[in-house]
Design a protein. Sequence first.
Length: 1132
Amino acid sequence: MAERIGFYICHCGINIAYRVRVKEVAEFAAALPNVVVSRDYLFMCSDPGQELIENDILNHHLTRVVVASCSPRMHEKTFRAACERAGLNPYRAFHMVCVREHVSWVTEDENEATRKAKTLAAAGILRVAHQHPLKPAKFPVCTNTLVVGGGIAGMQASLDIAKAGFKVYLVERQPTIGGHMLQYDKTFPTLDCAACIGTPKMVSVGQEPKIELLSYSEVEEVGGFIGNFKVKVRRKARYVEDNCTGCGECEKVCPIDFPNEWDVGTKTRKAIYRPFPQAVPITYCIEKYDRAPCVQACPAGTNVQGYVALVRGGRYREAVHLIMEKIPLPGTLGRVCPAPCEAACRRAEVDSAVSIRNLKRFAADQVDLSELALPQIADRPEKVAVIGSGPAGLTVAYYLRLMGYRITLFEALDRPGGMLRVGIPDYRLPAAVLDKEIDYILRHGIELRTGVRFGTDLSLQDLREEGFAAVFLGIGAHESLRLHIPGEDEAEGVVDAVGLLRDVNSGRKELPGRQVVVIGGGNVAIDAARTVKRLGAEKVTVVYRRSGQEMPAYPEEIEGAREEGIAFSYLTAPARVFSRDGRVTGLECLRTELGPPDASGRRRPVPVEGSEFVIACDAAIPAIGQKIDVQWAAKEPGLKLTSRNTFEVDPQTLQTGIPGVFAAGDSVTGPATVIEAVAAGHKAVAAIDRFLSGEDLYPNAEGAAVEKPQESNWKQIPEEVTMQPRAASVHLDPIERAGNFEEVDGNFSEEEARREAARCVNCGGCCECRLCVDACEAKAIDHSMQDRVEEIEVGSIIVATGFDPLDPAPMKPYGYGRYANVFTNLEFERLSNATGPTRGKLLKRDVNDRLKFTEPPKSAAILHCIGSRDINYHEYCSRTCCMYALKYAHLIKDKCGHDTEVYNFYIDMRCFGKGYEEFYKRVQAEGVRMVRGKASGVKEKDGMLIVRAEDTLSDRMLEVPVEMVILCTAMEPRSDANEVARILGISTGSDGFFQEEHPKLEPVSTPTSGVFLAGTCQGPKDIPDTVAQAKGAAAEALALSASGQVAVSPMISSIDPDICTGCQICIGLCPYSAIEFNLLKGVSEVNEAVCKGCGSCSGFCPSGAAQVKHFTKKQVFAEIEGIIDAIHSVGM
């Protein structure tokens, strides 16, 4: 049966008819095959025009309809509906030809336009005969709505929807809702208090049962389609539970200060905070980042940032408690730790690292450990033997005891402390400091047995018979390595360094010689050299086979030795010990030069042939390394040794080959630093606890060690941080050091310590000192809280993410950031606000302290269009600047006195809106001076800010001196706008703001069905317009929720499974993730609910399996054929 086609062409008033001879086109169409009706009409989209089509369908039995008119985007739905009302399938029966945008608006010649219109009409008529019936798919609608952004737009939209009885999820990334409006002081033009009109909205949102407020949260992923979105929301850990009462006691004890973002850096806040007193929710929030680099650098994981912050606040006892969570010997480590934390300190990016080790020592020295109350320990029955009371052994004993285990500490010497006791001289580590700290450890109920040498007086079997369930071997490296050079064993006066230090620390202070040579470059060598100097040696020389740069001893120790007159001979290697009558007389040495790196990574010393020379001496002290005494280990079956004569242990559990026997410290690694021994002790504590608790020794299933990745998400160092010298401790004068072992390094004064601690830039945010935990009566603070991701289902999404104010710092001529009294508009709002840094008083900023404010300004300049209407930044107008600039002028006059000189420098005064012109006239009457001309810059002269501008009305260049400058900065798209657009599947315009579907007819809709816009995320606007748009977006969401179901366009892609090869090219091309691969069938399949019919898959499908319904190849080719035929007939 032949098709019966009706053709209709619209005059569109004169939009089409003024270029196209409409009647001629209708006559041309009437002669085409299967066309039974061809008409022209003035307005086809009007009711009479639609009735004409409907009547013709019924009277002439039309099966197809082609309308040549204006934009299909606007009117295709209209004509489809007319066909459907007349009983035709609107997709099979109807096709629209655009002859306004495609012809009359783009073609100037009437003949050419008419020929082109005929060609397109012929193409449409030939195409429509090949169209197939389609039916929109219908899906039920989830009635929930997601509102993204909790500013005034988001709050208004949420309340409107909730009041209509539908559930709303309001997601806000900040800890509180309110947005920028709540930062303002007054609103224009009524001068209402922003908080007075905003906080009732906030309270209503917080109390509305239909609104689920997800503050401090962010949308991570959006899937699904209109009416049926699945949204993943990340609930960021705020570390404070919802039972927080908002009392603020936690804030009072927090030692960390940060610039307050709510007050735009004009004052500080704590790490635990709420942005402002009326915040909703009232729950506090803790700002955390990755662990500070100093914490990560500490082998023991000490909370460095925490105790430094506590020192800054004068809370020394709390600082020591925090240190002792990881270090049982705070005063000791405060003196002898190599301080790897300081090497990682980010303060060095500004000037130099914080003196962390000295702050640890200062804190420890302020606290008398004997006065500290002991914790309540719940005893466990298991007994643990700890062999060795050096740093590793003391760590294991102390922390296992805190867990409740019964600890016995065995020590070969007559006093505990190991190498700390006998290997470090008193001038570095006073015995009294070590005694107090060990006494405190033992007071926890640890049994100490001294004078017991393991392997000689005690064996593992003996310990088993005593009922010890676990044993820790923490034996130190008490034996020196030999030089293995001729003459070493043949003369008196060759004294090993460890033995010398042990004798001196034990009270046997015998001088080995007057002319002493110490061989080695480590701390033991320097300790030995400085010790014999104190014993009375006349000349001490340190011989080291590499250069001074490779010397492993601490630089401060080397410098101290130099101050005491100790000589250094670098690139010198010992070759022979000379003696006479059994007494050392000299040390033959060779000069060396540095060759390729050796196994340690340092350059290998290579002897220079023929460079022998002799250093006269009567004592030689080798200090080239230490080892542990493990000869007894052969008697213990299962206790294996490495090639370095250290215990062989599992690297993760530190367990030896004997179950229940663990080892760490020097006995496993060889000689190491004190802090490394403490860290190894902690690892052993964890393993022993798991062993005694019957748990798997391996925390992860594979049994392999899992290293924490390096964390680097730290808080940025504030720009206002200025260079400050690092505090230096006082050293004992070198002359006074002679002959005594008094401690060389003095301590900070309290003022010095707190000032030095204040140099910390708090990289990790909250320092986790946990003072807030103790202060919180509601027990609402949980530092272990983690982010969590929730999935919610919604039918519609309203985007109300707001704007960012432009940062004018890059606009150097205006002096922002350089001159103290150049403010942004938002900073001025906070100054004028009663909850701001000055409690609403307009005061100038102290030029030496940006957090201090002094007196009211006597003059002020308000500069318009900073970043707006500027080809270098934003060409658009921000719409609100002129309004609030007038408001600022009034507030300055009102708060600082009417004799205050106020200037407004503007390009054009754009005060449109209800009551705006009246306000403009009001401030003029108040004496505000209006200068038509954009300010070109601000400079400082004689304490005044000089604003330079051209007055375009008088054609004069002006230089106006004022005391305060306010920059009216542009509204910008949010910094994360592109990422939000990607997640939500919407687009941004050339200005960066989110793009609406149509600027006039669909101002709140987006091209993504079911996603709507509200407020300044769509473009700059003031509060009334923002609220109006929010209400419009809410109405759209409500209409969708109330409909109960949604129809999805049938013009979508389909994939023929019989042709599809399973190449999956289409999956990667689909911008809507609407195509999935069916593994069972081996073909790609389209999710009809998600597909938008863009055709990307069809264009690239190599097999032709992917087609777009209503745009099949047969239909498209028919259209092309119609164009070609028409070209021949009309003569184009």
